[in-house]
Design a protein around this ligand. Structure first.
Ligand SMILES: CC(C)(COP(=O)(O)OP(=O)(O)OC[C@H]1O[C@@H](n2cnc3c(N)ncnc32)[C@H](O)[C@@H]1OP(=O)(O)O)[C@@H](O)C(=O)NCCC(=O)NCCS
Length: 287
């Protein structure tokens, strides 16, 4: 684990309250010890957000001591990042942007348990049943917003979109397409962009979701929103071009598994469409 320093004000909390009793304990410790000798605090970056995964009380105690820069490390544990993003969205809703915003949210321990633990328990229970609080799939109309979301998500998926020129082309290209984002609160975590070919057929131009929240049903949600809209328009076919089976890339093998599981069938593989790279055309009947 290698640590580095970061400005406290640049780190988004993922917790709504601080327990007073815990803070008192940490305060005594902080007052007696050189703040630089503290163990680093774990943080995570998803998209454009860097948030605490733990150590909120310690960070607040350090802030009270006038510390502005703290030692941190990237949390590499395999945690439930969708649940963390939900907590971050609660903080954003409550206008908690930095650790300083938690200063007036120090509550006695039983209130802490009632307000924070209970809320987290409920969210966890709902998540186990496949319902994620605040997750929704709005249609995005603003061309600049479409490009912004696309760039954020694709840059976080270098194993799929590692060629800069292609990435830039998608960022520009999505502006004129039908576009749905999947958001946790106000924060996009993925998108689907759709091209209209003719009155019968639309194509997935591009699609992506942050890797930390793959396999949580968000891709399925995006397709559901997109297909509902296409069915309303009486479209018959939904197509997609993706890397073909004859290419060994493991990421795209998973992508094909996703499309297959959602009712897309392989039509044909061609090396002519993408200048030598195998392009698999898949189709899903919408009736
Ligand atoms: C492809 C992608 C959008 C799928 O989104 P997702 O949210 O991870 O997919 P979901 O959780 O909705 O998966 C739905 C179903 O697809 C199948 N599936 C998805 N990922 C899979 C994988 N890695 N392996 C096997 N099956 C998979 C499963 O049947 C899954 O249902 P289950 O989890 O109940 O078994 C996402 O993985 C992604 O962003 N990939 C990288 C970018 C990309 O490939 N874009 C498309 C370019 S053409």
């Amino acid at each position: 684990m290698s640590s580095f320093t970061m400005q406290l004000k640049e780190i988004q909390p993922s917790q709504l309250y601080i327990s007073e009793v815990k803070l008192k304990k940490v305060r005594t410790f902080v007052e007696d010890v050189d703040p630089r000798s503290f163990d680093p605090i774990p943080i995570k970056r998803i998209g454009d957000t860097t948030f605490f995964t733990d150590g909120h009380t310690k960070a607040l105690a350090l802030l009270e001591q006038g510390v502005e820069e703290i030692e941190v490390f990237w949390d590499e544990d395999d945690l439930d990042w969708l649940q963390y993003l939900i907590c971050v969205s609660w903080c954003e809703e409550a206008k908690i942007r930095t650790i300083a915003d938690l200063q007036n949210r120090v509550v006695d321990h039983s209130t802490y348990r009632r307000l924070w633990h209970k809320r987290c328990d409920t969210m966890q229970k709902e998540a186990e049943e496949g319902h994620y609080q605040g997750v929704h799939t709005p249609r995005i109309m603003d061309p600049e917003e479409k490009s912004r979301i696309t760039e954020l998500v694709l840059r976080a998926l270098p194993a799929w979109f590692g060629i800069e020129e292609a990435l830039q082309s998608y960022v520009r290209g999505v502006a004129d397409t039908k576009f749905f984002a999947v958001q946790v609160g106000n924060r996009p975590v993925g998108f689907i962009s759709i091209l209209e070919h003719n009155e019968f057929t639309s194509e997935i131009y591009c699609m992506g979701i942050y890797e930390e929240v793959h396999r949580r049903g968000l891709g399925k949600e995006l397709l559901r929103a997109a297909e509902a809209c296409l069915r309303q328009e009486k479209k018959k076919f939904f197509t997609v071009k993706t890397l073909g089976d004859s290419h060994p890339d493991p990421g795209y093998r998973q992508t094909r598994q996703f499309y297959r599981s959602r009712g897309f069938f392989p039509l044909e593989e061609s090396k002519e469409i993408w200048a030598g790279t195998p392009c698999l055309i898949m189709v899903k009947p919408l009736d």
